[in-house]
Design a protein around this ligand. Structure first.
Ligand code: B12
Ligand code: SF4
Length: 425
């Protein structure tokens, strides 16, 4: 079959991201012998003409569309980014009668709500590699599509529970041609992934809906060989998109040492969870080329952290921060204000604490985006902040009823005025 895969994301908020997830899917589909063409909608001026011309020339049998961002997670002047994806889906429908199959991080968080809201025929929740190949096989054999794990069909019966890919040895890494294109310049932070899933359970987080809670690690040797190929193909800087680069610490340490032992000259960024971070790991990260970490400390109040289900406490953040500073790794910090348990005192403490740490950059978020299937959503329902039947696709935010949003914003602005490298959103 001929499969057209479209990454509908058009935003460059924070940085230009590349459709790594779609590249994995493209690889899996092409390994099964199907013809694949990929479109990344970022940076293409007249996207509708481009999509139409591609459909006319390629003549796909099936069109897969990836939805990454639902919104920008910002409470004031929220950008509801999904609406742009919905327009692209509608346009594709207007120029093609082929089955449209959705997937991606954003889709996986709202599989039924999005399917009911747009012109697609079906969608795959979670990892797309195996499930999309099953759909293609059944479509090719003209068999009914029932029973495919994670597949939602418009107007069909409920989806069967999705399955996580566990055979990390054998599911393929994407070929460079799906990643390195003309859009990659030396400034691009090319995404790479070594692990899937997150075993943490943060109260507000939607990652379990996307990657599941079971952490699955790739063997290190092929990952290092892949990094080597990416760099030789022109990737100047890498972004490890793993949810928590440092967990488990033994894997992170082995990966960093393998990169150093292979003599790879890399420059990379990653996301760390401020827990189980010691000097051995941080020095290995620095030696392997770590340039910057994103560190979500969220609050400096141990009770608020406990209510967020964080495993770390304020003292862990202090220790981690000191180590990254010592090894010259830049730090981007993240705070969330207005969480359950927050008080005037905890908010002021958190802002003062962040000020004392002197991050290279700090993002202060006031109000927390509420996602389905999270304990924050349960709490918000209990407190009457959202209605019981709200599907949450249209962005909703949590601020503890014990605090006034205006007061939090004024306080955040007061501290930010002293720190030009803070952004309040
Ligand atoms: C790393 C990351 C970043 C990095 C990206 C760095 C880079 N160079 O790529 C940074 C920090 C820059 C970033 C920024 C943002 N991010 Co971000 N990010 C992530 C994270 C942790 C991993 C994304 C990733 O690359 N995954 C790896 C790939 C392999 O997985 P995947 O894309 O999901 O693909 C798989 C499946 O989804 C599926 N699939 C994908 N496409 C398709 C298509 C079809 C047809 C099918 C069948 C299946 C399928 O199969 C794939 C392989 O298994 C996710 C959380 C998460 N775990 O998903 C958030 C996440 C994607 N980000 C999110 C958001 C909101 C943002 C920002 C808007 C935040 C902001 N305000 O700045 C920006 C937007 C950036 C942009 N320009 O698009 C949200 C998006 C959903 C939402 N809540 O709206 C997520 C899900 C976080 C969350 N839990 O809420 N992000
Ligand atoms: S550590 Fe990150 S990805 Fe994991 S549950 Fe917490 S916020 Fe989500």
């Amino acid at each position: 079959m001929k499969v057209l895969l479209i990454s509908a994301n058009r935003t460059e908020i924070n940085m230009r991201t590349m459709p790594l997830g779609l590249a994995f899917v493209a690889q899996a589909v092409s390994d099964r012998g199907h013809g694949v063409k990929m479109i990344d909608c970022v940076g293409i001026g007249d996207i509708e003409s481009y999509i139409k011309e591609t459909i006319d020339a390629f003549g796909p049998d099936v069109i897969g569309i990836s939805i990454r961002n639902i919104d920008d997670q910002t409470m004031v002047n929220t950008r509801f980014l999904y609406l742009d994806d919905r327009d692209i889906i509608a346009f594709v429908r207007s120029v093609s009668d082929r089955p449209i199959i959705l997937g991606g991080a954003g889709y996986s968080m709202f599989p039924d709500a999005i399917l009911a809201d747009c012109d697609a025929d079906m969608g795959i929740e979670g990892e797309g590699e195996a499930a999309l190949c099953m759909v293609l096989e059944k479509l090719g054999n003209r068999e009914p599509l029932d029973g495919i794990p994670g597949l939602h069909i418009k107007g069909g019966p409920g989806a069967r529970k999705r399955e996580l890919i566990r055979d990390t040895e054998n599911f393929p890494l994407p070929d460079l041609r799906y990643i390195i294109g003309p859009a990659v310049t030396p400034d691009t932070w090319v995404p790479v992934q070594t692990r899937r899933g997150c075993a943490m359970d943060c109260s507000y987080c939607s990652t379990a809906s996307i990657e599941g809670r079971t952490l699955r690690k790739r063997p290190i040797a092929p990952v290092v060989a892949w990094l080597d190929r990416l760099v030789k193909a022109g990737a100047g800087q890498l972004y490890f998109v793993d949810n928590t680069f440092n967990l488990p610490p033994s894997y992170a340490l082995s990966l960093c040492r393998a990169i150093t032992d292979a003599g790879l000259q890399l420059k990379w960024r990653c996301i760390v969870y401020p827990w189980h971070i010691d000097e051995q790991l941080v020095s290995a990260m620095a030696a392997a080329g770590c340039f910057e970490i994103s560190l979500g400390s969220e609050s400096a109040d141990d009770e608020v952290l406990r209510l967020m289900h964080k495993r770390f406490r304020r003292e862990d953040v202090v220790r981690a921060f000191g180590l990254f500073k010592k090894y010259g790794i830049m730090q981007m910090g993240f705070l969330m204000l207005g969480a359950p348990g927050d008080t005037r005192k905890s908010v002021e403490d958190t802002l003062a604490f962040a000020g004392s740490l002197d991050y290279d950059m700090l993002k202060v978020t006031v109000g927390i985006r509420i996602y389905p299937n999270t304990s924050l959503a349960d709490e918000a329902r209990r407190q009457g902040i959202i209605k019981a039947d709200d599907n949450l696709l249209e962005p909703r935010f949590y601020i503890t009823p014990d605090l006034d949003e205006i007061w939090i914003r004024e306080m955040a602005a007061k501290y930010a005025a002293k720190h030009p490298n803070w952004i309040v959103g």
